[in-house]
Each structure stands twice: as C-alpha cells, then as structure tokens.
Design a protein. Sequence first.
Length: 422
Amino acid sequence: MERALLVFVHLEEDTDTEQAREELKALALACEMEPVALIEQNMQLVNKAFYIGTGKVEEVCRLADTLDADLVVFDDALSPMQLRNLQKAVGKPVLDRTTLILEIFSRRAKTREAKLQVEVARLQYMLPRLVGLHDALSRQGGGSGVSNKGAGEKKLELDRRKIEHRISELQKELKEVGRERETQSKQRNASGILKVALVGYTNAGKSTLMNRMLAHCEMAEGKKVLEKDMLFATLETTVRKIRADKNFTFLLSDTVGFISKLPHHLVKAFRSTLEEVKRADLILLVVDYHDPYYKEQLKVTQETLRELGAAHIPAIYVYNKADLCDVRIPKVAGQRIYMSAKQGIGMEELIEEIRRQAQKGYVSCRMCIPFARGEVFSYLKEQAVIERTDYTAEGIRITLRCRQADYDKYAEYVEKAPSPNL
Ligand SMILES: Nc1nc2c(ncn2[C@@H]2O[C@H](COP(=O)(O)OP(=O)(O)OP(=O)(O)O)[C@@H](O)[C@H]2O)c(=O)[nH]1
Ligand SMILES: [Mg+2]
C-alpha cells in the first residue's frame, strides 16, 4: 500500500468538516492507500499559488519526509498552477480529490463503456494539468503515453495534441457502445414494465438492497451484484426484473453512488449511464440512516438528481441500515421507510410502497380482449389490477386499473361505454 499524507483545508463556509475528513480517508482507502497522517489548515481564502499557506507547505514537506509518505493528497480540486507548484515544492506526487475519485473509478470500471467513460474524464482533467501531473503519472509507469523525460515546451505541446486526439477517438468509440446500450434500454422501455431505480450516496446499501430484493423474490443467485463496504463498489448500471408476486413485476436498476464534490467531468462522463435513472418511473432514494451525516448525504443526492434532470420523478425514501439505530423497524411514515436491507427487515413493506406508488397514476377502464390475444390478458394480469373478469362470446371482458402507458398500448380493446350485460 502506498503511504498517503492527507491535507485538509477548513474554509469558513464549510459546515461539516468531520464528515469531509472521514470521507477523504475512506477515499484514500478505496484507492488502496494508507493514510499516514492528516494535516489541517483553517483559512478564509485559499492561496492562489499553493492552495495552502506557504508556511503550511513547509510543514507538509517536513511531515511527508518524516513519515516517509509516498504521496500527498489534497481534499479539493487543485488548479493546474497549484498542482504544479505543490509538486515542485514537495518533491513527491501530489493528488487532489478529483484525481483520487478518478483513480478509484478507473480501478473499478469493468464494462467497456465504464472504462471508456472514466478514461475520457481522466484525460480531460489531465489536459490542463499536464506539467504538474508528470510525476504523478510516472508513478503509474507512464502507461498513458506521457513520459517525464525532456519535458520541454515542444514535448508538452506534442503530448497535449496526442491526448486531445485520444479523447476524440475514445468519444467516438463511446458513442458506438452507447448506441448498443440505448437499444437494450429502448427494448426495456417498450416492454412497458414499471421501472424503479436505486439511487443514493455511495455506500448507502443500494447493491445490498438489490440483492435482498432478488433473494426475497426467490430470484437466481447468479443475478446478484457486488456489495462491499467500500466507496464506489458499483460503477456500472445493472437492471434486474423483479417478480414481487404473480401480479406484480418491475425492473430494478442499481447504479453508481453519488458523493459530494463529484468531479464535474465525471458527472458528465457518467451521464449516459445515469440515463437509466432519468427514465425511471419511481426512485428508491437509499439513505444510510446510521451515518451521522446522512442529512448532508441526502442533500447531495437530491442536488445530483436535480442536475441529472430527475428531480421530478416520484421517490420513496429508504432509510436503510436502521438495524444499527435505535428505532423499531420496519416503520413506514409517509414517503419514508425505515428498514434494513442487510437483514431483510422491511422488504414486504417496501414492496407494498412500490406497488402503492405504482398504482397512484393508474386509470380505471374496461377492456374486451379477444381470445386470440391471450398474451395481452396474461400481461395485464401481471401489470394491472384486475377487478373483474367475465368470459363472454366476444372475448375476455375485464374491469381494471392500469398504467396510462398500458391503457394507450391496448387502446383498441378499451370499451368506452359501460357494457349492458355487466
Ligand atoms: N448494518 C447494515 N449494513 C448494511 C445494510 N445495508 C448495507 N449494509 C452494508 O453497507 C456496505 C455497503 O453496501 P453496498 O450495498 O455495497 O452499498 P452501495 O450503496 O451499493 O455502495 P456503492 O456501490 O459503493 O455506491 C456493505 O458493507 C453492506 O453490508 C443494512 O441494512 N444494515
Ligand atoms: Mg453498489
């Protein structure tokens, strides 16, 4: 493990520094770094040239040597100039929060699309910081085509052009891959099944809830996703069909978690993956209720949802990990549900809430399905609430409540006037 010296600046406007400190440590750990110490400074304004004060820079240098740190990590996005100056002064690789998150993402990325997205975000972030990043890159063996030998202006210009070229190539490939996913997603959309998305701060328990839901509904083991006590365990979006009971089926998607100060490039890069969230009919907003900072995390999640243009989608607030708190669970209070995904407490209640939300927008109608279209009847049995069924000469006549989408889809079978023989 690399030994990391963490540097943390407390600005006046920051309200919760303890959370931010813990989060920085967790990020370093998720990057397989060992935090050896944490240096702090209170400031009103950051130093333009060094981010921290020059006296503090000396302290960082000394401590980095004494503790034999391999690198220094700052808890914010450093400007290209700050990065360059700090790197020079400290004589060791300097990373900022964004680089750290990018590094974690690049380690976790498994699918072709995720890998491309992270690579583009990394290169875009690196471009203006090329000079300052030289040492940090050579630490990784210089695999990105940037060497720190003979870093003259000319060489720099060459590197810059190379990187720009690489970015546009990657973006082209990304478009291709995106189209494939788009096709799959369209097929899911066309199926008309209710789409539910798990959303929340990183480590809140989204993947655990997905797995518990699969187990609860006796779905196959092999369909499980990775759950782990680590920031950003999940990077790619996984969609699973959940058959809650014979009358209720929905699609559940698990995706990348949110974090405060999520690098802008990364949000943009992952926007296409997060499209799944935008298309959802219902959001399960998962909160780690045991985390002392759950309120701040909830705020960040809501802000990110707004940025994504998904703030209007109805949500159920899942106060998870309540088994670690002093509350009786399960408990449903309005749009909130207190439960434990890990222990499987509150699953029935959650499914009921999902069903209730789903049925909110249902329309009441009457349909007559021809016998030849038995599959439509089976579909509606799963997707709608059938209140009455009569077998008549013309077909199966049903009184039901269904989604507007299904009403439109089967408009040809809808009977406008009440039938006299019913
Ligand atoms: N005690 C307790 N622990 C839980 C519960 N739900 C999840 N956990 C633990 O929390 C940790 C994170 O769970 P994940 O499901 O991986 O969290 P996530 O939201 O998918 O996280 P990312 O994919 O990293 O964004 C794991 O160690 C889980 O075992 C719960 O209800 N109670
Ligand atoms: Mg996860």
